[in-house]
Design a protein around this ligand. Structure first.
Ligand code: C2E
Ligand code: CA
Ligand code: CA
Ligand code: CA
Length: 277
């Protein structure tokens, strides 16, 4: 912070004020978003490194606000988390996602659906029961649902409760993945505290891919595999990144190189096209 005089202090204050007003406006508008049908979902494929098949779609929430226009999830989700709006929104996301993946592929089999879940949702009493009921209601087999939770589940004091809820989901057959892996500290040593099936290496490491990022990725792969977990790499934008990650031994890919998030299923995946030349 520069301390060059009164002027800069004032503009610092007014910037804070503008930010606060924006957050307030988002909070207000978000209360209407569900009932006004302003929320919708996009889906991005997760691809098996071994076969090239689409094994899952990650669900990504979108908001087109009548009042504020398009607001990015990185901006509105933290606000929804603060106000507990995320609980209702999150349940809506999961129901829509379960229905959609069944529409695309039917009951018998097909890709999984991976839903982002906030800590705030998990600590609501009977979260696991809510998920169970939702699966019954939609008819989606539990083994086709994955929930993605961030490393923040390790940071707070409720690790015991969280690990019980995740265990419960696990027992139902739901997969649990750790999202944004590598961004939080001390999570590697705590992986054994919670039953998870896979880790998703944060896209910041893949996008950078310098010496340090590479060390984090290699370390994460080593440890995850030692714990028997799969490793997913997200944020893959180029073939070069894909082949480097393949050489490092990741199990699944996700990123713009394969497909951008979209409203529909990924038809005729370009990486599976055989060239006749
Ligand atoms: P995330 O869970 O880490 O999701 C991955 C983000 O990376 C998404 O951003 C996706 O669009 C983006 N992405 C995918 N491939 C690439 C790539 O190749 N390059 C780059 N640069 N980006 C890529 P998005 O859709 O803006 O979502 C941001 C975050 O918002 C998500 O990060 C997640 O933390 C949160 N979020 C989104 N939907 C939900 C939801 O339904 N519930 C909760 N609790 N959080 C959500
Ligand atoms: Ca995610
Ligand atoms: Ca992520
Ligand atoms: Ca994230």
């Amino acid at each position: 912070v520069k301390r060059s005089g009164r002027g800069s202090v004032q503009s610092y204050d007014s910037k804070l004020l503008v930010e606060q007003e924006r957050r307030l406006a988002i909070n207000q508008a978000l209360r209407q978003a569900l009932s006004a049908n302003e929320l919708f979902l996009e889906y991005q494929p997760v691809v098996s490194a071994k076969t090239g098949d689409i094994t899952a779609y990650e669900v990504l929430l979108r908001w087109e606000s009548a009042e504020l226009g398009r607001v990015a999830p990185d901006e509105f989700i933290p606000i929804a988390e603060e106000s507990a709006l995320i609980v209702d929104i999150g349940e809506w996301v999961m129901r829509e996602a379960c229905k959609t993946i069944l529409d695309w592929s039917g009951f018998a089999g097909g890709p999984k659906i991976a839903v982002n879940v906030s800590v705030r949702q998990i600590v609501v009493p009977r979260f696991a029961r809510m998920v169970e009921n939702l699966l019954l209601e939609t008819g989606l087999p539990a083994n086709r649902l994955t929930i993605e939770v961030t490393e923040s589940i390790f940071d707070i004091r409720r690790t015991q409760l969280i690990s019980e809820v995740l265990s419960d989901l696990h027992d139902q057959g739901v997969e649990v993945h750790i999202d944004d892996f590598g961004t939080g500290y001390s999570s590697l040593s705590r992986l054994h505290q919670i039953r998870v099936d896979a880790v998703k290496i944060d896209k910041s490491f893949i996008l950078k891919m310098d010496v340090n990022s590479r060390a984090v990725i290699e370390g994460a792969i080593l440890i995850a595999h030692r714990f028997g977990l799969d490793v997913i790499a997200e944020g893959i934008e180029t073939e070069q990144q894909r082949s480097e990650l393949a050489a490092m031994g990741v199990d699944a890919y996700q990123g713009y190189f394969f497909a951008r998030p979209s409203a529909g299923p990924c038809e005729n995946p370009h990486w599976q096209q055989r060239s006749s030349a």
